[in-house]
Design a protein around this ligand. Structure first.
Ligand code: C2O
Ligand code: CU
Length: 454
């Protein structure tokens, strides 16, 4: 006779604690700013700029600048619509500001000397604003930027959507290069070349590290990567080898139509977001393609590993990432067309870079009205390239089809003309400048004034 089965009530499985749509991003080499505010819709942080000693190799150690003792600065995380409060303290021996690159926030919080008196050594300032757009952004000073940014004052900003897809990981990669000698960071603007082409570094950094990160991942995992180029001048060409990847976002957030490609041109200031799927086991890598001389003294392209992924076979299922549709943007017609001339002035003893005929013009280049749609034709009259950046607004690139999405920075190559459509939706006084920081410091920086709509 069969024994009756004992009736055992199974122990209830403990409920996993799930923070909705929150995956702590992998920000290897860096850390995150700590939110001190209990309100889920307010992110309140302390940010301190200070001198710090950085040691990159046995011999190479130098006085750098960092935020909160981090090099590079910590990552700022928030979700779209959050209020951000930053208690900033300047412990540098010189004035500085914090500019929130790409965020369409009120002009008086933009952190340029045009809208605020720079924070003196020992001074403080509270930045307070609501973030209107999701996406990947970054922060850096807007005073003597060629030195302050190179020395390490920059950090990423990650603004998440309220609904995020289910992913295996999210990663932030902050790409940079610095110019160093054997024992120290190289002096600034000593060579004419540095003024002409900007300061191209000789050491690539990823999240402040000189060595490629080694990461174990599982086959079929899907991750979201965000990259930003914070170098002073170097346009990076990056690729992801050994895995499938899709471009899903640009400076201004998510793309309506993601696309695949095998490499991305990433000028300074710009950001890209990707979905990466490890579709095969083996090794996958994030690489930066740089020009090197081969043994026959020819310039060839070499991939430099920035991060290396050891893709382990796994039982993970192929997963289709579902995410909400990107809402269509209303079509807009052009209200006005303007031209921006970028040029060099070599008439004086020192090289100057000009925007619409003047170095550091004080009068606004243009006065627009909030809500206007402006076609800008940007003409580069000289050989060196200029990643042109407009504060406080997004634009789209009309030239070179194949560069979709909202941007705040666009590369204008030597002697090239690029047309953009700028959506002038944020009133105030905004800088428009080349993001090669040496070019900006040497004059290629002006102001665009936007009057509030009636
Ligand atoms: Cu990234 Cu005017 O700045
Ligand atoms: Cu430039």
């Amino acid at each position: 006779m069969p024994q009756p089965m004992p009736q055992v009530e199974p122990e209830p499985e403990p409920e996993p604690v799930v923070i909705p749509n929150w995956l702590p991003p992998e920000t290897w080499g860096t850390s995150d700013l700590v939110d001190m505010n209990d309100d889920p819709n307010i992110v309140e942080v302390n940010l301190r700029a200070e001198v710090m000693q950085v040691k990159l190799t046995e011999d190479l150690s130098f006085e750098a600048y960092g935020y909160n003792g981090m090099w590079p600065g910590p990552n700022l995380h928030a979700k779209v619509g959050d209020e951000i409060i930053v208690h900033f303290e300047n412990k540098l021996p010189e004035p500085t500001t914090v500019h929130w690159h790409g965020l369409r926030i009120p002009a008086d919080m933009d952190g340029t000397p045009r809208v605020q008196t720079p924070v003196e050594a020992g001074g403080t300032f509270t930045y307070r604003f609501v973030v209107p757009d999701s996406g990947t952004y970054w922060y850096h000073p807007h005073v003597r930027t060629n030195e302050q940014v190179e020395k390490g004052l920059y950090g990423s900003i990650i603004i998440r959507e309220t609904e995020m897809p289910t992913l295996n990981a999210e990663r932030m990669f902050v790409l940079d290069d610095i110019l160093v000698g054997a024992t120290n960071i190289s002096p600034f603007l000593r060579s004419r070349m540095e003024g002409v082409h900007g300061r191209n570094g000789n050491l690539l950094l990823i999240n402040g590290q000189t060595e490629a990160q080694q990461i174990d991942v599982e086959q079929n995992a899907v991750e979201m990567w965000r990259v930003v180029n914070t170098a002073n001048a170097r346009t990076m060409i990056i690729g992801i080898e050994g895995a499938q990847f899709e471009v899903i976002g640009t400076d201004g957030g998510r793309l309506a139509e993601p696309y695949t490609t095998d490499r991305i041109v990433l000028p300074v200031g710009q950001r890209y977001d990707f979905f990466v799927r490890y579709d095969r086991s083996g090794t996958a890598r994030l690489v930066s393609y740089v020009q090197v001389l081969n043994e026959n003294d020819q310039v060839v392209e070499a991939p430099i590993d920035m991060a290396v992924f050891n893709v382990m076979p796994s039982s993970l299922d192929y997963q289709v990432v579902s995410w909400s549709e990107v809402p269509a943007r209303p079509a807009r017609t052009v209200d006005r067309e303007v031209t921006i001339d970028l040029d060099a002035d070599t008439s004086g003893p020192d090289l100057a870079w000009t925007i619409n005929g003047a170095a550091h013009p004080d009068a606004p280049l243009f006065t627009f009205t909030e809500g206007e749609t402006i076609k800008m034709t940007i003409v580069n009259h000289a050989g060196p390239e200029h990643p042109f950046h407009l504060h406080g607004q997004f634009f789209e690139v009309l030239s070179r089809d194949g560069e979709p999405g909202l941007k705040d920075t666009v590369l204008i190559r030597g002697n090239e003309t690029v047309e953009i459509i700028a959506y002038i939706d944020n009133p105030g006084e905004w800088m428009a400048h080349c993001h090669i920081l040496e070019h900006a410091e040497l004059g290629m920086m002006g102001v665009v004034k936007v009057l509030p709509a009636e």
